[in-house]
Design a protein around this ligand. Sequence first.
Ligand code: ATP
Ligand code: MG
Length: 415
Amino acid sequence: MPLRAEIVSVGTELLLGQIVDTNAAYLSRALSEIGITLHRRSTVGDNMERLLAALNEAMASADVVLTIGGLGPTMDDITRDGLAAALKDPLQLDENIADRLSDFFRQRNVPLVKSNLRQAMAPVYGRIIDNPNGTAPGLLFENLGRIGIALPGPPNEFIPMVDNHVIPYLSAKTGGVGAIRSLVLRVAGVGESLVEEMVKDLMLDSNPTVAPYAKVGEVHLRITARADTPEQAAELILDRATLVRARLGTSIYGENDTPIEGAVVELLRQRRETVSTAESCTGGLVAQRITDISGSSEVFPGGVVVYSNTAKTDLAGVPAETIARVGAVSQEVAGSLANGVRERFNSTYGIGITGIAGPTGGSPEKPVGLVYLAVSGADGCEVEKANYIGSRSIIRQRASQTALNMLRLRMLLTV
Ligand code: ATP
Ligand code: MG
């Protein structure tokens, strides 16, 4: 049976923007994976009238309403009473939970106040959901052909309850049918509009769907398929991914959570090659990204941050004469950095980056965002000129991205 769900997050903290609703995002993902359609998510403060309005509205169109937060013992924790009223599934004291709570407080030498017993109230028609990581159990209400599920706010309590109880329970309700799977193909070196142009016709299909998301220096293409079984969904995705790959070719550097530095380190390892870096405006960001990847020691002997002209000469062998003639931010210096560092570290490839990250330091001839990037190898040195737009950190991020992608493409082209 297909189920429609709504999530109501409860908490004034959420409305004030003091915390971000990571729980709702987590739950949305988990529900979609078992084929439950989420129709709407809403957020209300700790106010009974508005909570009831939100719950009644949700109940009018959904089979399952899940709430997040507001299950604690204090006055502003109103979700328990709200759901009981909305579902007409009244609460009664559960002696077992009350005993457990009393023990809990006795062991900690804390007096149990009456309000704590609110956490021992359970729905008459429904049941409680165990919470091994906190005092407030979750609650499952069932009445009027509807299901209401109340989950606590603290993520260390919330997540295990979702994984161990809510998802298995709802999955059984749907009869296990209906699965949604998705795959992210990560694209570098091609802008968002061009990527969109290349897959435009596929974006019109409703199953599987294909949607591009612009990130800093790359585009993610999410393919999502819905089917009766996870296997069928996976098959739909595989077919669609093959089609997308045929169109985008080597622009696709990886899948799902693999960042480009991960793809680069993997390629270097497979080829038993190494890279070293000489960075000016990126201040070591490329080196940092490479060394973020476990196993990078095999492929990265080291790098230098060469901010001053003297450092460029002393540490990467850029002739002082070249800097004097064309300036530090130039094609020649980028190339010389890459060649120099490759030689000094005796690596297969060298990366050289020089540019103006801003926001100050630009000039009409050399504006903020101008960056020269070079990759040097046995068969020569290739330099690219880029004009990035954005803040200092965005410019640095984009530059590191381009450099990593240049190295990646260089490896794909040299056998
Ligand atoms: P408690 O018993 O701790 O009061 P509760 O179920 O009443 O739990 P809330 O009081 O609503 O939950 O929230 C407690 C804490 O849990 C918040 O301060 C916040 O740190 C975290 N939290 C609440 N809701 C969310 C959410 N939707 N996403 C992420 N974290 C949340
Ligand atoms: Mg609370």
